[in-house]
Design a protein around this ligand. Sequence first.
Ligand code: ATP
Ligand code: MG
Length: 358
Amino acid sequence: MYFDIKPKSDRKNLFGGEYALNNLSEYLLDDSTRLIIIKGLRRTGKTSLLNVALNELKADSVKIDVRESPYFERKEFFPFLIEQIKQKVEPSFWEKVISKISGGGISYKELTLDFFFSKEENVHLFFQNLNQQLKKKNQTLVLAFDEIQLLKAIKFDYFVASAFDNYGQLKFLLTGSEIGLLDKFMGRRDYDSPLYGRACLEVELNRLKEEETKRFLEEGFKQLGKQISFEEIKEVVSQLDGIIGWTTYYGWLRQKGQSHEKSLERVKEEGKVLVKRELDVFLSPRQAKGKYLKLLKFLARGENEWDLIKYAFLKEKIKVADSQLGLYLKELSDYSFIEKQAERYLISDPIMLKAVRN
Ligand SMILES: Nc1ncnc2c1ncn2[C@@H]1O[C@H](COP(=O)(O)OP(=O)(O)OP(=O)(O)O)[C@@H](O)[C@H]1O
Ligand SMILES: [Mg+2]
């Protein structure tokens, strides 16, 4: 069912996405690819893609939804992670990994897992042994993290970097809904970041094209034994801009018996709240917050070419150097709030456009 609002985990419920899924599956099987990230705007299906890919993978994998883990404390998070690994591997394999570890003369057997692995050195010994045992079996283990950016606070990026360098049998598949923070975790443009420069492959999810949204809606309604009119499709396409999460939500509301108008209205209202929050996350650490907001307002009212933008700032007596403006536009593009098309900078998400306007 396409209009089920839970993230998908079965290929048959995943609309399109074959290209991204095939790429991802290929990367997961390739020995030399050890760090993979799934990127995309909010609600473009990253979690769904991750779930389906892991589901289809023959090798062992452990998926952590960081939001559901104790992510505030390293000494709680690592035991949690190790417990998840324990649950996924064969008991005999687990025994082999664990039998070799004895921290400070005290063996794992004598203590609880939580306590034993609250010690950093035992954690390192564990991953070392895990890697050795995997190597013996010529196997890899995929560690997948959704909402990885939350682990930056406990410096999990250092762990990923050291595992990447030292534990060749481990692979990392990472995603997160806050694009900018995901980049931060990965150390983009930050030489001092532990993960900076590590070879990493990206799978990117984009909005659906008009034709694809149309097909998604038609097929989704067909699964319900219902039909959707041409006019309704047109409105959904123009107002939800091919974001599959919003379109799924619309379909789900229709499935629950709500009218076309009501469903669309509700999706847009909730969308606006989310977009505002996303924008706040982006703006709050930035000093030039006010200028960014002005800039977005100019773009929203069509003053969207370089000279027009400069003139708009001038008219409002706000000083912005060329280098600054260049940086603002680049940052906004990097975080996918705007897109450059020909010479114009566009806010391409209609829900975002609405949020900026009011
Ligand atoms: N390819 C797809 N086919 C059908 N439904 C999908 C597809 N991708 C996503 N969805 C639906 O869209 C919604 C959002 O999906 P998902 O949670 O996977 O996106 P996300 O990118 O992880 O979102 P977020 O950025 O909030 O973490 C869910 O209701 C999911 O069922
Ligand atoms: Mg997600």
